[in-house]
Design a protein around this ligand. Sequence first.
Ligand code: M6R
Length: 615
Amino acid sequence: MCGIVGYIGHREAYPIIIKGLQRLEYRGYDSAGIALYDGESIKLSKTKGKVADLKEKLENEISTSGTLGIGHTRWATHGVPNDVNSHPHYSNSGDLVIIHNGIIENYDSLKKELINRGYTFKSDTDTEVLINLIEDVKKNENLKLGKAVQIALNQVVGAYAIAVFDKNKPNEIVVAKLGSPLAIGIGEDEYFIASDASPFIEFTKNAIYLEDEQMAILRRGKDIKIRKIKTDALVDPYMQELQLNLEQIEKGGYDHFMLKEIYEQPSAILDTFRGRLLSNEAVIKLAGVEDNMKKFLAADRIIVVACGTSWHAGLVAEYIFEDLARIPVEVEYASEFRYRNPVITEKDIVIAISQSGETADTLAAIKLAKSKGAFVFGVCNVVGSSIARESDAGAYTHAGPEIGVASTKAFTTQITVLTLMALRLARAKGTMSSSEFRHHLIELETIPGKVEEALQSDAYVKTVADIYKDSKNCLYLGRGFNFPVALEGALKLKEISYIHAEGYPAAEMKHGPIALIDEQMPIIVIATKKGHYEKVVSNIQEIKSRKGRIIGIVTKGDVSVKELADHVIEVPETIECLTPLLTTIPLQLLSYHIAVMLNKNVDQPRNLAKSVTVE
Ligand code: M6R
């Protein structure tokens, strides 16, 4: 986690860095800091709190002029969030300054060695250890900064995206990457550095994404030099043209990114299947699947690895793949899978699902699966992300940037890609007739319009939110394809409103959670027609007999649930396997409105960060 930004060139660095940090705040927001070189010395300011707090403090504290600078927004790992532990960090001499995203795992032993050599430390961070290690190497061997960074990094175990500069050589910034993302924007006689391209999108469309174990020296007025950290070999820079635009990363009139992203779902889902779903020709085109069809058809099973919301999308995929394509699927928390010594063979296909493509546990899980010979297929949103690059093949979700920490459009677009995959494989395996297949394609094509319709319940959902906003606990129930939606609904509520919520398969309720039900307990039950409708209605009756307060998510025109529930929120009708794409919408809106009514920070909930790049 953490966001890093840097600039060297001919413009004032401060406005670029502060705005860039605001855009990267989704990565961590417990403290922030900036170091600027003003032509004579380094001006450094940092504080616990948000980038807005830094801005206020800094503009009263230091001069903000200078054309070289680095900045950081933190999600604490080593050391509590406070001013001292915030980045940037100085080396002991005060000559070098660093920002860092990642974790130096062997920092403790390195720190002890440095203390033995007379170094002192102000903070509890692993980063301060790294900058002093760099200084030590530089001083002892009388090296240039780039070489010292390289030698120091070869002694380090862990993950990093770093930017370092030396006040005595204010014409260069040295950057390096392993495990954490680092993008370099290339302008005219200027370089931008950031954890993703959003901080420099209005200045340049040309970017280089550093690969793991690469470092670069960015010199004013000179071409970029990229080297491999281990071997010192020079690497040809691979420049990409960014597709991102400014509108995509701004709120566009919405109060919060989360609400904007909820409302973007019709177009995001459309973008996900655009050019891939050709219903007139009854064809699904997914290059990653097509090119590896033999592997998919020969696979014994599919193992999904993911975390959080992406794990929930994986659970929906389990139902869809097994139902449509008759392929056994196991869905694993990446964090458990990677340490469990799992049985994996060359006949397994591992699907890694990740919005950011940077989640450390998911990345480690696919590395493990690859080392055991499995074929890895990535379903990511962020183009060029680590998981996308590490996978053998994949399909992007094309959801566009998701900035709200609570995933919304990432979930529905992941389900869309996974549904396309399941349908394509079902056709190839012959587990679906051509008319069924065509029917599914036509129905999938109607989903963006139906999501639009589901969004029209927003005002009513808000009135429901007002009634239940003060609840202390909440239960979410669903069955079949909608059991994972119940889990996702509960996750959304807890992460942004801090109300305790649990998701359960509806029938499992009587094996324990039913004991929680009383007049105070709101229970959100997904009870769409088809599937297990009658069974869910019986579950609702059981809740009613125990005086629970029922909010039903029902198919338009439903009568039975309406008679039992305190409130019903309607979604349009669709085929069973596609219902998660619709039932999710009112649950997202409900969580959103409750969190806003409780005055919580919807886009940046406490203790969380958008991409979890630490394990
Ligand atoms: O980027 P990823 O999809 O790999 O992220 C996985 C989880 O960290 C993420 O889904 C998290 O659970 C969200 N905050 C949920 O809203």
